[in-house]
Design a protein around this ligand. Structure first.
Ligand code: TNX
Length: 532
């Protein structure tokens, strides 16, 4: 018979027992047992909105110190996506997260088999069970998109550059997802103000989170020529030596440009270089007197007027110049496209403009690329394979509709909606306002498939958010204009129209705020969004 214990000792034992239980409970939370951990983010808090989200209430998965990332055996590309994911997660979790080819029901798996066929070439399927996270796709681009979704399901502080406390819990369930449009672009003007390689990479990392797949670099304009062209070295030596406001400007060497292109490719983003022609060419005209009709080089330009410069349409050297530039740009660029500008050629007559495009478009094709042009270039009746980029402020554009009828597919960047350099409202210090104020709801509330009158939905290749930089000098200023509007345009490019809902979007967008805070993104806290 056990000796009866007195009441105080029993009470003491009970207290110790309770403390032990509490300790056990706490350590269980610390180690984040699936039963107790509560995910910070609900499964549907994703930007851009996925095609289909099926939560499994009560199920969660929590990363642990020994979690591994398994990538599709034999696929170097899948492994690169795995390394990218580990790179995102390691600093904040402090976990090792080894990446290796293999298959296992546990941890994180990135697989190129078994996805629902509806995912297509860029979509993915993501399943979170208590055992782990499985992302399946048909391509590495699809895995990469799935990784961006997974990332948004983790607590916001996972985006921090320094070690944070877990638990790192994600909600259970499945996501089936694929994009509405092939072209989901962002444009950065590195000509009006120069942005360093590091600054452009920072922007690439930011836009990749929202499943943007094309980065259009506006490399040349009146105020600066930003890409080294070996056959015409003064373009950058002289033409790259300043910027708006008279600062030092700068340019990318060919090696730096290749590095940027490769960095974008590692984020599944295709770079579209723009050489703006025949207007917006003062930097080139200032660098080579012989490109001017009168043989006199103008001074460099550091103001923000547009439409005053033109290459000399009737000189042979103009086309030798363009041919050389396009040859070098094409050789440096693995992507399909070269953007030839064509906008605001206000001092070029229409017949001259058409004459110029008739000579230049075949040069783009000769160098193996497809031409994109600002939509004015449709007046030159370009071939159906070329891509007009609509930037109008009206919804009526018969010339663009006619180009679509001839077979061209159109990228939509309406200035009233997609121009990230427009001020949010009258209090915005940065930016311009010629197309009107554009707060987040304006940027979000339009349907690319039905925006331009009589433009068939099937003629829309996608959307693009241009960021002109007359007033922007560094990453903080770029971020202030791009966030939160860039994610709005990204959602129009990715998400099915059935998911379009401003009231829901603003809530999902609000959940991005703490992520940007953790990343140090200088976003504009628009009063239209219910930030926490
Ligand atoms: C118009 S839109 C331009 C750019 C300016 C921008 C400023 C277009 C194709 N051209 O040259 O930077 O407005 O918002």
């Amino acid at each position: 018979m056990p000796r009866p214990v007195d009441r105080t000792r029993r009470a003491g034992r009970r207290a110790v027992g309770r403390a032990l239980a509490a300790l056990l409970f706490l350590s269980a939370v610390g180690a984040a047992s699936p039963a107790q951990a509560v995910p910070e983010t609900p499964l549907h808090h994703i930007v851009p909105a996925p095609v289909k989200v099926t939560p499994k209430p009560g199920v969660t998965y929590t990363l642990a110190a020994d979690t591994r990332i398994h990538t599709h055996p034999g696929s170097r590309e899948a492994r690169q996506v795995g390394e990218y994911l580990a790179g995102v997660l390691r600093p904040s979790t402090g976990y090792r997260l080894p990446v290796a080819p293999g298959a296992s029901g546990h941890g994180i798996s990135l697989l190129l088999t078994g996805a629902d066929p509806r995912v297509g070439d860029e979509g993915y399927q993501l399943d979170v069970t208590h055992r782990g996270v499985v992302i399946r796709a048909r391509t590495a681009a699809g895995l990469f998109a799935g990784v961006q979704t997974f990332r948004q399901l983790l607590p916001a502080k996972v985006e921090s550059a320094s070690r944070q406390r877990g638990p790192w819990t994600v909600p259970g369930g499945s996501v089936l997802d694929h994009p509405r449009y092939a072209h989901r672009g962002a444009m950065l003007d590195v000509a009006r103000h120069f942005f360093s390689v590091a600054e452009v990479k920072r922007y690439i990392d930011q836009i990749a989170q929202y499943k943007i797949n094309r980065l259009h670099l506006h490399l040349t304009d009146d105020q600066g020529w930003r890409l080294e062209i070996k056959s015409w070295p003064r373009l950058t030596e002289h033409g790259g030596s300043t910027e708006v406001g008279g600062g030092a400007g700068g340019y990318y060497t060919q090696e730096q440009y290749r590095d940027l292109v490769a960095y974008a490719a590692s984020r599944h983003i295709e770079v579209i270089p723009e050489i703006d022609l025949p207007g917006h060419t003062n930097a080139a005209l200032a660098s080579y007197a012989e490109l001017n009709c009168d043989g006199v080089a103008p001074p460099l330009y550091t103001g923000i007027e547009v439409g005053f410069s033109s290459l000399c349409i009737d000189k042979d050297i103009t086309y030798e110049f363009v041919d050389d530039v396009l040859r070098e740009v094409a050789a440096l660029t693995p992507g399909r496209y070269i953007h030839i500008g064509g906008d605001e050629a206000l001092v070029t007559t229409d017949p001259d403009y058409v004459k110029f495009m008739d000579k230049v478009l075949p040069l783009v094709a000769k160098h193996g690329k497809t031409a994109v042009g600002w939509h004015e270039f449709v007046k030159a009746d370009p071939p159906a394979s070329t891509v007009p980029q609509f930037w109008g402020t009206k919804t009526v554009a018969p010339d663009v509709v006619a180009a679509a009828k001839r077979g061209s597919r159109v990228v939509l960047s309406p200035a009233t909606k997609a121009y990230l350099d427009m001020k949010y409202d009258e209090n915005t210090k940065l930016g311009l306002k010629w197309a009107g104020y554009t707060d987040v709801e304006d940027a979000y509330d339009w349907n690319p498939g039905a925006f331009v009158e009589d433009l068939p939905a099937s003629a829309v290749l996608g959307v693009e958010a241009p960021l002109w930089t007359e007033t922007l000098t560094d990453s903080a200023e770029v971020e202030h204009m791009a966030f939160p509007r860039l994610p709005a345009i990204a959602e129009l490019g990715w998400s099915p129209w059935e998911t379009h809902d401003w009231a829901k979007f603003r809530v999902r967008l609000a959940a991005q705020g703490p992520r940007w805070q953790a990343q140090g993104v200088n976003f504009y806290p628009s009063p239209q969004v219910p930030w926490k």
